[in-house]
Design a protein. Structure first.
Length: 259
């Protein structure tokens, strides 16, 4: 390893490495099948570094994790859902990039978090009562795709909007995970030009990402193994609980920054 790179890695304090390892591990579990957890990656990493640095380091890691996630589950994707949501996501990502200077990240986090909590609680109550879900129309899929793209670009919080449209469809477990993995793999690649324009892909950031890659890939593999041990009904119950927890985290972060 070049001396300059060794100095770069050793210069990071223990708080950086603890936060970074926990963050990429959670992201790996999310990419391995526990969709929704990924939104916690940047906030956790931000405990040991700036949020801007965390986002810059994470994108290359996400791109590699996406390869493994899509390889594991991508064959089970629902093409009809992707055809509806991906074009909307493209519009949302562009809007997020164009409006970044005018939009408060805290407001976006608070809004997405509160909506996610209400949605998940409503779905849990409806399923307990045996009330069938209302399947979203095509235009709603386009709209939620746009919201997912926008919130992913602004606040790395694209999971809840995607789940609000797809969870009620009650896809088979692997079909849901595969559709999610392909959707967010495409979103992450669509975000590359904006991150490049912002100067995120510096040699230093790429070396830090490379140092965290083994943990990221190991946790992705662990996620794919663990999720296959969970049957369909239990998987959806876990997704709804995760949505409440993630929504709570987003709402807390957003409202705390606004107060």
């Amino acid at each position: 390893m070049p001396a300059g790179i060794a100095e770069l890695l050793s210069a990071q304090g223990w708080a950086f490495w603890v936060a970074a390892l926990v963050g990429v591990t959670i992201l790996g579990l999310a990419k391995g099948g526990f969709a929704g957890l990924g939104v916690l990656g940047v906030p956790i990493m931000a405990l040991g570094m700036s949020p801007v640095l965390a986002a810059a380091i994470l994108l290359p890691i996400l791109l590699v994790q996406d390869v493994f996630s899509v390889k594991a589950f991508g064959a089970h994707r629902d093409v009809a859902i992707l055809k509806i949501m991906v074009p909307g996501a493209c519009v949302g990502i562009f809007a997020g990039w164009a409006l970044a200077r005018f939009v408060s990240v805290s407001v976006v986090e608070a809004a997405v978090g509160l909506i996610a909590i209400v949605f998940a609680i409503q779905r849990i109550r409806a399923e307990h009562r045996g009330v069938p879900a209302r399947l979203g129309r095509a235009w709603e899929g386009v709209a939620m795709g746009a919201v997912a793209g926008f919130t992913s670009q602004i606040a790395h919080a694209g999971g809840p909007p995607f789940q609000m449209h797809v969870l009620p469809k009650k896809l088979q477990r692997d079909m849901f995970i595969g559709t999610s993995s392909v959707f967010f793999a495409l979103i992450n690649w669509l975000k590359v030009p904006a991150y490049y324009a912002l100067g995120a892909f510096t040699p230093e950031n790429l070396w830090l990402a490379a140092a965290l890659m083994p943990a990221a890939l190991a946790s992705t593999w662990a996620g794919t193994v663990l999720v296959r041990r969970i049957d369909g009904p239990r998987f959806y119950a876990i997704m709804h609980v995760l949505m409440i927890l993630v929504g709570g985290k987003l709402a807390w972060d957003g409202l705390s920054a606004l107060v």
